[in-house]
Design a protein around this ligand. Structure first.
Ligand code: OGA
Ligand code: NI
Length: 358
């Protein structure tokens, strides 16, 4: 039997559970104590620790400003694996339209959303779980996943037709975000000491992949026991997250602590994925992150994933393999790599660790 043909158990939208009015979460959503969010070791320092903010306006100025921006990106990728970018050039009206369209989608009746229910083979569509392991403890969130690039895998028929603005705004947003990712890839390449086009070329040039997951985290009656999204690193190249403009939830691992991200108005949150960790021979690291829930507010986020072409063998850049830093990973294709998370669901950094060269 092919594991990826269907889900191992019937899918229950989390939104339905939240709307049932129950003040307890079903056992299937209760995390083991070691994974529960707790303030101990967290960010409870009044918000003094946070991921860096990088101003991309510097890239359009002189040489000194460009260098400073590259340095800021490099420091952030080495120390945090995460940064927020302001003055990114994406239209704020477009961002507002995107939020509005997808809030509208999740506000539709469940029967309407279920017409686009997904399967674990491609994950494309409306879903409520990641991973196909029977009996797994689930996350308190629903999502919509879709493919944008390469254009041969983009299929509007799998995208919501309601709200009426949804397809058009998503298409436009995808184009703008792909442009932003091209810029980030150039900055990262140069800040690693590589040719400006190195990472883009390694990703397949014009044949890169891109997909998007719109995450919807309903209110949760027992936020201390659950996670909206379990700890994971992103398997792809680069992620650009549009976080909720009002509700916090994303936490980034810093050593043994979880730091809650305070979203900066009109910023995107950028993070390094496993493929850039591999290509950079771990100079840049994909860092674990997770999402906590809350009882008071729903939360919506849009994660844009910029990925290598799926059939390219990807390993550490030769330029970054030295005597002091030998090659850390064996090459693998992204299509092979992403099967792991598709089967097992979010598992911290276990996957990229498993690639380690002997
Ligand atoms: C993701 C992710 C964070 C968030 O979709 O991979 O990490 O805040 N999302 O929803
Ligand atoms: Ni993620």
């Amino acid at each position: 039997m092919d594991l990826l043909n269907d889900w191992p158990e019937p899918i229950v939208p989390v939104q339905l559970l939240a709307e049932s009015g129950s003040n307890v979460v079903p056992d299937r959503y209760v995390k083991p104590p070691s994974q529960r969010p707790s303030l101990l070791g967290g960010d409870d320092d009044g918000g003094h620790t946070s991921i860096p903010v990088v101003d991309f306006a510097g890239l359009t100025k002189g040489v000194a400003e460009c260098r400073a921006t590259m340095r800021a990106v490099s420091d952030a990728c080495r120390e945090w694996g995460f940064f927020q970018v302001v003055n990114h050039g994406v239209s704020l009206e477009l961002v507002a339209g995107m939020r509005q369209a997808w809030r509208g989608f999740f506000d539709l009746p469940v029967e309407e959303k279920r017409k686009l229910a997904n399967s674990p083979r491609t994950y494309e569509g409306y879903g409520s779980r990641l991973g196909v392991e029977k009996g797994a403890i689930l996350d308190w969130g629903d999502y919509f996943f879709l493919h944008l690039l390469p254009t041969c895998v983009k299929d509007y028929n799998k995208w919501p037709s309601l709200p009426t603005s949804c397809r058009e705004v998503t298409e436009e947003y995808g184009k703008e975000l792909a442009k932003l990712c091209e810029t980030v890839m150039k900055v990262m390449s140069m800040s690693l000491g590589l040719d400006v086009g190195f990472l883009q070329k390694a990703f397949g040039g014009d044949d890169v992949g891109a997909c998007m997951r719109v995450n919807f985290y309903p209110k949760c009656p027992q936020p201390d026991l659950t996670l909206g999204l379990s700890a994971h690193s992103d398997p792809g190249g680069l992620t650009v997250l549009l976080a909720d403009d009002r509700v916090k939830g994303l936490q980034v691992r810093k050593g043994n602590a979880w730091v809650t991200v305070q979203p900066v108005p009109n910023a995107f949150i950028v993070n390094v994925g496993d493929q850039i960790q591999v290509l950079s021979n771990a100079n840049y690291k994909s860092v674990e992150h997770r999402v906590i829930t809350n009882a008071a507010e729903e939360r919506l986020s849009v994660a844009f994933f910029y990925n290598p072409r799926s059939d390219l063998l990807l390993g550490p850049a030769r330029e970054l393999v030295t005597e002091e830093r030998p090659q850390l990973y064996e090459p693998m294709t992204f299509s092979e790599y992403r099967l792991y998370i598709r089967k097992k669901g979010p598992q911290g950094k276990a996957q990229v660790e498993s690639l380690k060269a002997m």
